[in-house]
Design a protein. Structure first.
Length: 106
């Protein structure tokens, strides 16, 4: 969906992207880091058998050391992880999801 450059809180990014995935027929799973410290905020299950982990941060904030460690481990076992921390990163996540869905990107 459209994202105003003024809306840069992680909650806005997370809500908007989760709605986008749901609207595309995917599933937005909120990951509660009960057992693994530093898990990304969301696991998106994209139609076609794709999984995308996303860590949301407000603009200017960076993942913590433990989060970076877990993100690295998830990537090492072959899953995609994106950090959405700006309107531009949000747009990149949408483009990536569209690519997974096989949407024709102009």
């Amino acid at each position: 969906g459209p994202m105003k450059s003024t809306e840069t809180s992680e909650k806005v990014f997370e809500r908007t992207l989760s709605k986008y995935v749901n609207d595309k027929g995917g599933i937005a799973v909120k990951l509660l880091s009960q057992f693994v410290n530093g898990l990304p905020d969301r696991l998106y299950l994209i139609p076609g058998g794709h999984a995308l982990f996303v860590e949301f941060k407000s603009t200017g904030k960076k993942p913590t050391k433990i989060q970076e460690h877990i993100i690295d481990r998830i990537r090492k076992v072959g899953f995609s992880v994106m950090v959405v921390d700006s309107p531009e990163a949000y747009k990149n996540a949408v483009l990536y999801i569209d690519m997974l869905l096989g949407v024709n990107i102009e």
